[in-house]
Design a binder for this molecule. Structure first.
Ligand code: NAD
Length: 471
């Protein structure tokens, strides 16, 4: 298909088909894995000021091989059925890759959120939730949305409140959506989860000596020169954690301007500058790139697109200088761009793995909601008592005393945030190795995306086989 008529969903299918050849499943199972199971398209009226606006919105449940379905809700003027189908499909594969037992889904509301007041956004979100309730497209055991582009914990709190008011007898109602504020049943660590997961994934990629040697890079994230596109939830946190680990953020790109400084940009300061001045431009010490898309083409080791899909395409792929592209956004490369970069030998860390931190921690939040207990509540004091006993015994045996600061550090029991971050780190490391091992052990497979699809297809295919639907 020409990129003029580019279908994001067909792009996902194209990548799926490329990987499916390396699996053992029959045509029927592969067709069932690929198909979008349910598509809801609604139009509903909302009063905005003194007039009524008709809002177009979607929820797509791509796969029911495991329930509930899971996937974010985006608010954007670019929302259309093809996009929501593609994003829902990616969610199915993403959940499988990181062993989160959900089917994939996605929602979209076709609005520009910047054009509405907070009160308008609340009315739109609550009415959209009511539509999902009416059609049985939301519920802790059915379909569990989360934040995505243009939405945050604020919208999730409106969703959970609307759902609870329509389902007052559901004791698990708070599990109908994730990414909620902690006061509304959210889990600590969800806000930064996707960006932190991006950091863990990129760090893991940089730790593999063979791959770094092939790319002519040093092992380790320290000193890597990184450009990030999109300084929203995902991009900001990814930038922050990479910088804290010693990477040099040489470029930042927003829709209304980009900046570059080969010596590094302080992410916090740049974000504060943007909040004050409305754009990144004229940040002290950095060079302005007035045409933001050109920011992608600047010199760096790692490029992290964290805004929207299809930003790297046939037209600019051969000008991308990065040796590693970390897909923090969903679908930032068109299939043509993917091919061009793969030919150049670029290491592409695929979206369905790299931005899975959000759904991983959403899974932890959902489990917390169903168990009705905060992580660490049962074991924190027990662990601290055990560590105290151990330290006391060692001190007695060795006749040496630890300092108060050392005792405090060793004896601290885990809080919710510690457990969530460690669960996320373990997931991101384990899944990277699984994909990398699949790449290394499957003759003919040359890229991480195909390897990730193979991992996903194998797990979903077995689930369908064991459901007994297919002979
Ligand atoms: P967000 O709305 O918080 O931030 C997006 C940022 O990108 C904004 O700052 C926006 O101004 C900027 N942007 C928009 N168009 C741009 C352009 N052309 N050039 C440069 N910057 C541009 O959204 P987010 O939640 O950070 O999501 C970003 C991407 O990550 C999306 O593709 C989303 O699907 C994906 N993602 C998000 C999550 C999550 O937990 N939020 C999880 C998985 C994947």
């Amino acid at each position: 298909m020409s990129e003029n008529h580019y279908s994001f969903f067909k792009g996902v299918e194209r990548n799926f088909d490329k990987a499916a050849k390396f699996t053992r499943f029959s045509k029927g199972i592969l067709e069932q894995i690929k198909a979008c199971n349910s598509i809801l398209r609604v139009k509903f009226p909302v009063r905005i000021g003194d007039h009524v606006e008709v809002i177009e919105a979607y929820r797509v449940q791509h796969s029911h091989h495991k329930t509930p379905c899971k996937g974010g809700i985006r608010f954007s003027m670019e929302v259309n059925q093809d996009e929501v189908m593609a994003l829902a499909a990616l969610m199915t594969y993403k959940c499988a890759v990181v062993n989160v037992p959900f089917g994939g889904a996605k929602g979209g509301v076709k609005i520009d959120p910047h054009k509405y007041s907070i009160a308008d956004l609340e009315r739109i979100t609550r009415r959209y939730t009511a539509e999902l309730c009416k059609k049985n497209f939301i519920g802790p055991g059915i379909d569990v949305p989360a934040p995505d582009y243009g939405t945050s914990s604020r919208e999730m709190s409106w969703i959970v409140d609307t759902y609870i008011s329509l389902n007052p007898h559901d004791v698990n109602a708070s599990g109908c959506v994730t990414g909620k504020p902690v006061s509304q049943g959210g889990v600590r660590g969800r806000t930064e989860a996707t960006g932190l997961g991006v950091f863990f994934g990129v760090r893991e990629a940089c730790a593999i000596q063979e791959d770094m040697e092939r790319l002519g890079l040093e092992v380790g994230i320290k000193g890597k020169r990184i450009i990030i596109q999109g300084l929203g939830n995902v991009g900001y946190h990814a930038a922050k954690y990479c910088q804290e680990a010693g990477a040099i953020i040489v470029g930042l790109i927003e829709y209304n301007g980009a900046i570059y400084n080969k010596d590094g940009i302080d992410v916090e300061a740049a974000q504060a500058h943007r909040a004050t001045h409305g754009s990144l431009l004229n940040f002290p010490g950095a060079t302005n790139i007035v045409e933001p898309a050109e920011g992608l083409e600047q010199d760096c080791d790692i490029l992290i697109p964290a805004a929207l899909e299809s930003v790297i395409h046939k037209g600019n792929a051969d000008r991308i200088k990065a040796k590693i592209v970390g897909e923090a956004a969903n679908g930032p490369l068109t299939p043509d761009a993917d091919e061009i970069l793969n030919k150049k030998g670029t290491l592409i860390i695929p979206d369905m793995y790299l931005n899975a931190g959000g759904v991983t921690v959403s899974y932890f939040e959902w489990l917390k909601n169903l168990s009705h207990v905060r992580y660490g509540r049962l074991e924190k004091r027990f662990s601290e008592n055990r560590y105290t006993d151990i330290v006391n015994s060692i001190e007695e045996l060795t006749h040496k005393k630890l300092s108060e600061a050392e005792r405090k550090l060793i004896m601290r029991g885990p809080d919710e945030i510690d457990l969530v971050h460690s669960g996320l780190e373990d997931t991101m490391i384990g899944s990277y190795r699984e994909i990398r091992d699949t790449l290394a052990s499957t003759p003919g497979v040359e890229d991480m995306r195909t390897a990730a699809f193979i991992c996903a297809i194998n797990k979903i295919g077995v689930a369908y086989e064991e459901l007994g639907i297919f002979p």
